[in-house]
Ligand binder design. Structure first.
Ligand SMILES: C[S@@+](CC[C@H](N)C(=O)[O-])C[C@H]1O[C@@H](n2cnc3c(N)ncnc32)[C@H](O)[C@@H]1O
Ligand SMILES: [Zn+2]
Length: 911
């Protein structure tokens, strides 16, 4: 290829990874605060990869060094509006494209990170999405700010952060769109407040209720008790360093009643983290009877659950901090009044709108990925809100609609009014994520958290109800502030080419052949996120609020799903079919990318998944479409600590795969390319190792380089003529990676003397730590290492099967197996090491010596090195790691047979 790009040669992986992870903590002005979209790509990585794909490969080392340094600067959040840096980046791209901005497409644009960065870099930008909710977000991020950025309005000196905008002393110019979104957002709030503000009365002392904590309740199933049990996950109200407040259960056994009091600091003489419900299993505080999860679900399904308002969270103007008091009869009365008014309002709106105000559309079937609430009888989208929340939401919908028509009455341009309303619709969405009975209350932050921080809908027993006028997190105005900041930032990007947003499927792109210079995109990650189903939460409300003004986006009762690319077994009747659908649709969209890409165009495709199966499907799709990989970069996009804490084998990185159109049709024999393939993989592994990529990420990062070699050919065969499948290729890659990792962790390229099971153990711990791993993935790791899991499990308890998962056990678990302790089934080096570690933990030093001498490991260098390596791959604080460190400490001593002062187990365990 003549016009190699920088990204095909090198990339500042570490710096861009750091920026990408850091970005997760940035809220003010970041597009993620405008609206929820799941698995957003960081702007840092989007900007850096887009730039690196659109500038030429460097001429020499010095040029390379300079460019990498520049990309690191460019990727910083702080520089996203830095004129000189952005102008320089734009200039470089323009120069390479001969003065014409390149035409760039993202055909899975989601929340818009990639097209926003393409726009920032001066490209002619196209964003396409299948999901209508995402399309509205894309319009808000890309289309409207550009369309109206030059329409300005004068505001007073204190700028737009002040409430009154168009004062007499107007002197500063701001985009009119920003001004109007704020103005009409405030108008909506005021109108709503006039109507329903009375349902959130202040306390007599002037304190404002900012929220209410509710507990769902069920009746105790013990016939002689029947107490109403409030389901609470925990009892903390404030759990901060210098402020501790908790709810204390007061049990009235005589009347079989559960009440509460609020206690502070030293009065907290119990553990508030222990609630009345844990994973849907309930214990009655009155009689102690338990209710299992099945019964709990049944009670909910049959409508035999209720709820109780327990606490009111208050804020007193002029004072810092929040206070708490128990909910009273008066609070409940007001709530009941709101409920009454809700019924009236619903009737009124039905007449006014001619449709059901509260969403009566169904949730997806209960098996749907990520959905956990249907099992509790929550079946309609409108069921996710309590009556007062319903009232709030339909009232705000009403006002959003009125705002639009009022703008038209005031002679606003229709298209412009649409734009203003679009932002207010999105604001409404975030508002609904707080105003929802699945919003969790958190004592450590003393705040009510919106739903969807995870890509799932889960049951919440004790939820927080936000006061929409309370001037704290989750209130209408607070949310609007964040949205406006995003709009301001987006309006600061100046582009000559107006970006274009399309609602279509990536499998049928509405563009001519050879149209784009680049396609930079982030397709769905297999089964990770059921976008369509999740976004229905928003869709049903948006349809009501702004559906009339975007009829083309709201033609269906729920978001369209037939062409949504996702591997969801609940939709296709099983995994095989789901996988097949995913692969076919993805192949079709990659073929489309191929078609619309110019001859010398470049594509960057992002993918992240920990399962080999998902990788198999995406690589298959790529190869079938005629795209070939020329480079790939594992960029960290997730916070490692957070992942670790969950004890799962989750990935920290996404792979950015750089692709070109395949130019020649050529076949090859696997034997002929093996050497080159291994060389390429090892070369890249070397680089990734140095960059700190490890564990599950390491294997995934090797897939790209392997496919670079493999995918050059349209068909790779064995000597027998049989085609080598991607599955086989990945197995081969796995072997190279394992060997490489073993060499590195053992610090020795000669692996002789370490048996397969021990190698397997070492690589397992290095890759997955202590996580429970799906059987298929476990097999994929063990096989290339020459270990048949089915043959070794339950023998000596090294490998344990738990349903469809596999766990590899450490010495402490194995010590529970009497057979193992009788020294039966000690067949590998790792068995011996574990046995020795158990002896060590019991303080039996003499026995260790005997045992090691007998088995011949005492003077076996590889044994000690392996022990050392295992301890190095285990995370800090791991028990096995501590044992090994202690054990290794005594090595000399076992050799000499002399006894010196022995470290006690506690010394190590408590470090
Ligand atoms: C991984 S997400 C993209 C996230 C995006 N990069 C961001 O930063 O927000 C994949 C997107 O593909 C969309 N999608 C699924 N099927 C599609 C199809 N057939 N055509 C276009 N988009 C589709 C989903 O709605 C989802 O938004
Ligand atoms: Zn009871």
């Amino acid at each position: 290829m003549e016009d190699k790009r920088l990204i095909e040669v090198d990339f500042p992986l570490r710096e861009v990874s750091e920026e990408s992870v850091r970005e997760k903590n940035i809220r003010h002005g970041h597009i993620s605060t405008l609206h929820v979209w799941w698995a957003r790509r960081p702007l840092a990585a989007s900007r850096a990869t887009t730039y690196a794909a659109l500038i030429p490969a460097p001429k020499d080392r010095e040029d390379l060094r300079r460019k990498l340094k520049f990309i690191a600067e460019l990727s910083k959040w702080e520089n996203s509006l830095n004129k000189s840096i952005i102008e320089k980046a734009r200039g470089d791209i323009l120069e390479f494209f001969g003065g014409r901005p390149p035409r760039v497409l993202d055909c899975f644009a989601g929340g818009g990170s990639i097209p926003l960065e393409a726009l920032r870099l001066g490209c002619e930008t196209y964003a396409l999405e299948y999901n209508p909710v995402a399309v509205l977000i894309l319009k808000a991020v890309l289309e409207y700010p550009q369309k109206y950025r030059n329409l300005k309005v004068k505001v007073n000196r204190s700028g737009i952060s002040q409430k009154t905008l168009a004062g007499e002393d107007a002197c500063e110019e701001v985009p009119k769109l920003v001004y109007d979104v704020k103005k009409w957002g405030e108008w909506i709030l005021e109108e709503a407040k006039k109507e329903i503000g009375r349902f959130y009365p202040q306390d007599p002392d002037g304190s404002i209720p900012i929220g209410y904590i509710w507990a769902r309740t069920i009746q105790c199933q013990n016939p002689s008790c029947r107490a109403e049990i409030p389901l609470m996950r925990q009892f903390w109200l404030a759990k901060k360093k210098n402020k501790k407040v908790a709810l204390k259960l007061i049990v009235d056994r005589k009347n079989k009643e559960v009440k509460f009091s609020i206690v502070r600091e030293k009065e907290i003489d119990f553990d508030p983290s222990q609630g009345t419900v844990r994973r849907a299993t309930v214990r009655c505080p009155v009689c102690g009877a338990g209710i299992d999860d099945k019964t709990v679900r049944k009670l909910f399904q049959k409508g035999k659950s209720s709820q109780r308002m327990i606490v009111v969270i208050l804020h007193k103007p002029g004072r810092k901090g929040k206070t708490y008091r128990l909910a009273t009869k008066r609070d409940l009365e007001v709530f009941k009044q709101a409920e009454k008014y809700l019924h009236k309002k619903v009737e009124k709106l039905k007449e006014k709108w001619d449709f059901e105000p509260i969403p009566n559309e169904s949730l997806p079937p209960k098996e749907t990925l990520g959905f956990r609430v249907q099992r509790y009888g929550v079946l309609k989208w409108g069921d996710l809100f309590n009556p007062r929340q319903k009232l709030v939401l339909i009232t705000f919908v009403d006002k959003v609609r009125e705002a639009y028509y009022k703008m038209l009455d005031e002679n606003y341009d229709e298209e412009y009014a649409k734009a203003v309303i679009n932002y207010l619709g999105l604001n409404f969405d975030i508002f609904a994520t707080y105003n929802c009975s699945l919003a969790r209350y958190r004592g450590d932050t003393e705040s009510i958290e919106r739903i969807f921080d995870r890509q799932a809908l889960q049951m919440v027993w004790d939820y927080g109800e936000v006061n929409p006028f309370g001037r704290s997190r989750g209130d209408w105005l607070e949310i609007l502030k964040f949205g406006i900041k995003v709009l301001e930032n987006c309006s600061k990007i100046s582009s000559k080419n107006s970006p274009k947003v399309f609602q279509a499927s990536a499998t049928e792109l509405p563009f001519p052949d050879s149209y784009f210079d680049a396609v930079i995109t982030d397709p769905p990650y297999y089964d990770n996120v059921p976008y369509g189903d999740l976004s229905d939460f928003f869709y049903v409300w948006l349809k009501r609020a702004i559906g009339d003004i975007h009829p083309e986006l709201f033609a269906t009762p729920l978001t369209p799903k037939s062409k949504e690319i996702v591997a969801d077994p609940s939709k296709f009747g099983g995994w095989e079919k789901a996988k097949q659908f995913f692969e076919e649709m993805l192949t079709q969209s990659f073929k489309e990318i191929y078609r619309v890409l110019k001859f010398n165009g470049i594509a960057v495709i992002v993918f992240a998944h920990k399962s080999t199966e998902a990788w198999e499907t995406i690589i298959n799709s790529l190869l079938k479409s005629g795209l070939v990989l020329t480079a790939s970069w594992p960029i960290h996009t997730e916070m490692r600590e957070r992942l670790r804490a969950r004890e799962s084998a989750a990935l920290a990185s996404s792979i950015y795969m750089v692709c070109r159109k395949r130019v020649k049709e050529e076949n090859a024999y696997f034997n002929e390319i093996k050497e080159e393939l291994e060389k390429r993989v090892r070369e890249k592994l070397e680089q990734f190792w140095e960059q700190g990529i490890s564990g599950a990420d390491f294997f995934v990062s090797a897939i790209g380089p392997a496919v670079e070699v493999f995918g050059r050919y349209s068909r790779v065969e064995k000597l027998s003529g049989e085609e080598v499948s991607v599955q086989k290729l990945l197995e081969y890659v796995r072997r190279i990676v394992s060997e490489y990792a073993l060499e590195r962790v053992l610090k020795n390229p000669d692996l002789g003397g370490v048996d397969n099971v021990t190698r397997f153990y070492l690589i397992w711990r290095w890759t997955f730590g202590n996580a429970k791993v799906h059987f298929d993935d476990a097999i994929k790791l063990s096989r290339p290492l020459g270990v048949e899991l089915t043959e070794i499990w339950d023998k000596g308890e090294l490998v344990k099967k738990e349903k469809e998962f596999v766990r590899v056990q450490g010495p402490l678990e194995r010590a529970k197996d009497p057979a193992f302790m009788k020294r039966r089934r000690i067949t590998s080096m790792i068995d011996a090491l574990h046995y020795a570690l158990i002896l060590w933990s019991k303080g039996q030093r003499e026995k260790i010596k005997e045992f090691l001498e007998e088995t011949g490991y005492l003077r076996n260098e590889m044994f000690w090195r392996t022990a050392q390596a295992i301890s190095e791959v285990l995370p800090e604080g791991d028990k096995e790691k501590q044992l090994i460190q202690g054990f290794l400490y005594g090595r000399e001593e076992y050799l000499k047979g002399a006894r010196t002062k022995e470290p006690s187990l506690l010394d190590f365990m408590e470090r």
